[in-house]
Design a protein around this ligand. Structure first.
Ligand code: FES
Length: 167
């Protein structure tokens, strides 16, 4: 290989590296803001999964009571009003808040609505039943307990967070 060829190859490499570097830099300048734009609402929605005020502690008894609560939910680029329901009761020092969504196929359960089982949660769709603490009753369709909300009490107000599986 002559000196001239070496020089040409070296110039070609130089141009390749330079163009690759400039191209990469320009691509990063375009792609990174787009990625941030795409991901940011998702991250925001996560961080907004905060606690919602539902009721006063003084309203609670040892019997599960139904409380509906609404809040604005940002789902990527859309904002919508969401209403959820929790059955909340006092169990000694603990405040228990259970989701009313049946873990079988998602119908809505209620407390004491079956005259045959007045001290249980009952799902009218397929006869699913749960104990007061949300435990699914064997022999009925649900195979896992009702989901349980995170609970916090601040200055006499009960706040709930996300409903999570109990298993
Ligand atoms: S959806 Fe509740 S028992 Fe089937």
């Amino acid at each position: 290989m002559s000196d001239e060829q070496n020089h040409n190859v070296s110039r070609r490499q130089f141009l390749t590296y330079t163009l690759t570097g400039v191209g990469g830099f320009m691509a990063a300048g375009i792609i990174l803001p787009m990625a941030r734009f795409a991901i940011d609402p998702v991250l925001q929605a996560e961080s907004e999964g905060d606690m919602k005020a539902v009721t006063d502690v003084s309203e609670l008894t040892d019997t599960p009571q139904r409380f509906d609560f609404s809040y604005e939910q940002e789902d990527a680029w859309n904002t919508s009003e969401v209403t959820e329901t929790a059955f909340i009761y006092q169990s000694g020092e603990e405040i228990v808040a259970l989701s009313n969504t049946c873990t079988h196929l998602g119908c809505k359960v209620s407390w004491g609505s079956s005259s045959d089982h007045p001290n249980q949660f009952y799902c009218p769709c397929h006869g699913g039943r749960y104990e007061k603490d949300g435990t699914n009753i064997e022999g009925t369709p649900p195979t896992e307990p009702l989901h349980k909300y995170q609970v916090e009490v601040r200055e006499g107000t009960v706040y709930v967070g996300k409903a999570e599986p109990q298993v």
